[in-house]
Design a protein. Structure first.
Length: 309
């Protein structure tokens, strides 16, 4: 099988943010070492500094030539639908069609929903309406916005190709949304066994709807060390337990750490569980070094016939 290895950019996460991060340089380095995509999360406001996801990805796109740029994931419910589509269309245009559009509903917690004038209880409905309208908006067709005043419609130009849509989340609603609107399901915080269960459920829902089964992807907190036998996995597990309020046993099962071969073996478990896309979230401040080591992991998988461009 082919396995697409992407990486999270060091912004928009409590562990990754640095005031002096050079996004262009980091994205260019990811491309130079042979990784296949760079991603960023999306918030209006959080418990740590955040940058606008579209501007982050635009910076990465301008600094690179081939690497794909991904929202991992965008929260379109925080925005008016037409403006969200305009951001995506502009990025698709400027990047030459390299956008990977991860879409999620978010947790509904925090001040950002009130600040955006959106009730958290409406985020699922708003996300579905956005996904329904997006193809027409990006194709430059007059598109009615049914919840806009007087049933307004808008035509966006320039026309751009529809990007790949990846739906985030682990609930049944997210899987159904993936079948309805997505090319793939982008999971997070799941063991290989849990991912396999979700992929099987996704395939079942697709069969019920008479459509091809979407692809499966996963975001994984990872730290690769120069040599095996380090305590990197334990460090990540401690962070996950504290930051996400999960028990230590589950956190240990989710954490990936160790030497390149150790991490490659763990990633192979995700590939065997059905993941065709893996986004590695670097743990630590040495992002460029981690990208170098991630590329070594990718090469190990490639040598064994698991990963391919």
């Amino acid at each position: 099988m082919t396995l697409h290895i992407g990486v999270q950019l060091p912004v928009n996460s409590a562990r990754g943010y640095a005031d002096d991060v050079d996004i262009a340089r980091v994205a260019r380095h990811a491309e130079e070492v042979g990784l296949e995509s760079v991603w960023t999360g999306d918030h209006l406001s959080a418990g740590f500094p955040v940058l606008d996801s579209s501007l982050v990805l635009a910076t990465a796109a301008v600094a690179t030539r081939r690497i794909r740029v991904g929202y991992g994931v965008m929260l379109p419910a925080l925005r008016p639908r037409a403006w969200a589509a305009k951001q995506i269309g502009t990025l698709q245009h400027l990047s030459g069609g390299r956008v990977l559009l991860g879409v999620g509903v978010g947790s509904g917690a925090g001040e950002e929903w009130a600040a955006a004038g959106v009730s958290p209880t409406e985020r699922g409905r708003r996300t579905d309406r956005f996904l329904q309208a997006l193809p027409g908006l990006l194709a430059g067709r007059p598109t009615a916005l049914t919840d806009a005043p007087q049933g307004a419609q808008v035509t966006l130009t320039p026309r751009v190709p529809m990007p790949e849509v990846w739906i985030g989340g682990g609930a049944e609603a997210a899987l159904r949304r993936t079948v309805a609107h997505g090319r793939g399901w982008l999971a997070a915080m799941k063991t290989p066994g849990q991912l396999a269960q979700g992929a099987a459920r996704l395939a079942g829902l697709a069969a019920e709807g008479g459509v091809p089964a979407p692809r499966t992807g996963i975001l994984v907190f990872t730290r690769v060390s120069e040599r095996a036998g380090t305590d990197a996995a334990a460090e990540i597990a401690g962070y996950l337990a504290t930051a996400y309020g999960i028990d230590r046993e589950r956190a240990a099962a989710l954490a990936l750490g160790g030497g390149p071969r150790q991490v490659a073996e763990r990633l192979r478990e995700y590939a065997d569980a059905g993941a065709g896309t893996i986004v590695l979230v670097p743990f630590g401040a040495d992002t460029r070094q981690q990208y170098d080591l991630f590329a070594q992991v990718r090469s190990l998988l490639l040598d064994e016939g698991v990963a391919a461009r």
